[in-house]
Design a protein around this ligand. Sequence first.
Ligand code: TRP
Length: 447
Amino acid sequence: MDVQRGQWSSRMGFIFAAAGSAIGLGNIWRFPYVVGENGGAAFVLLYVVFVVVIGLPYMFAELALGRSVQRNPVGSIEAIVPGSWWKWVGFLGVLTGVGILSFYGVVAGWTVGYIFKMAMGNFTDFTSFIANPWPVLGLFALFIFITASIVYGGVEGGIERWSKILMPVLLVLLLGLIIYANTLDGASRGLTFYLKPDFSKINGSIALQALGQAFFSLSLGMGLMITYGSYLSKEENIITSGIYIGLFDTAIAIMAGLIIFPALFAMGESPTAGPALVFVVLPKLFANMPGGVLIGVLFFILLSIAALTSTISLLEVPVAYLVDEFKFPRKKIVWPAALFTFIIGIPSALSQGAVDFFTNLGWLPRALSAPDVLSHMSFLWGTFSLAFGALMLSIFVGWVWGTDKASNEIVQGSPFFIKTKFIWAFMIRYFIPVVIFILLLNIFGLF
Ligand code: TRP
């Protein structure tokens, strides 16, 4: 292989990096608030079903494609059908990486800000914190800067080493908080909301949100797993690695909900607070807890690190594209890519009260519950574009590259896959594209 591109140093290195990409603000910040906005347990159940029947089989397709041709999303498609329009699907993925990072970096900046807020024992005033333009922009810039410094170091030295370190600590802290939150008075109503499904709440738009959240949380739909798969060696077992990643990722999201919902109901807050949810509920929890300052600081440090392993992966996609396709040296192209993303993210950063125009896009049709730029970016890139990208890429792998070639790739390292490859082929060719297509049509009000 092309030694210049780098490779994961070990199997665990890949699993940690991919799980590090998957586990992030999507699990702890986005998952609880979309659950809250979409009615609770029924949404959670639908989410888990989508992870298993769509997310995982689709993840195998991205990993197989990346490992087979060892390129970024655009280059991978070009390697299989040179000169066709399919490469635009890869290009959409590269753009989506920039689009997601542009608002995700803003929220990651808030997370870093909250480390200091907790340290000062200041547990309230989220609304005024995010409306204050200079600190928010500064923290956003800082976060993008740290992300770029690590991507600068390349796959192994940068991304992998960082991903391995602090995830286990996060796990232990979450467990402790679950226990604490569930001992509060009134916590059980939160558990009911979170775990006892009311199926009458499910409709097409909720289903699309659940599917979009599954893609977002697993880092699927924009070719990230193509890119990370391209650094994977042929001996790796794509199936079991993918299952581990899905398991870790889902476990962390479910755990976050087991803290937030009991705490929220115990404190009499509303589950539909949107993006503010975690930043309001958790500090309130810390404020009343013995040792709350320390726990608050530790929590937001770990959340910042979880966010960092995700932002690294988001920036890695456009960077890998520029390095592979234009032969730019990695170290030269990282900074312009990061700066570009920062500029795209400025409206999102100023959309939480700092600038009225960005805070309330009143002139847009009110498809979303919130009218600010950040919420729109989150839906456009983090839900719609991922679902659309996954639709196109599953068609690409299923029908253009072909499930036979894809299966032959997966079988290397996962011999037992031979027995189940027919089921997988059916999922990729028919089931997954049809389900995504129907849910996407629903956005345009066709049902
Ligand atoms: N999965 C990450 C999270 O849950 C976000 C993320 C990182 C992502 N890389 C991605 C989402 C690639 C989609 C595609 O926080």
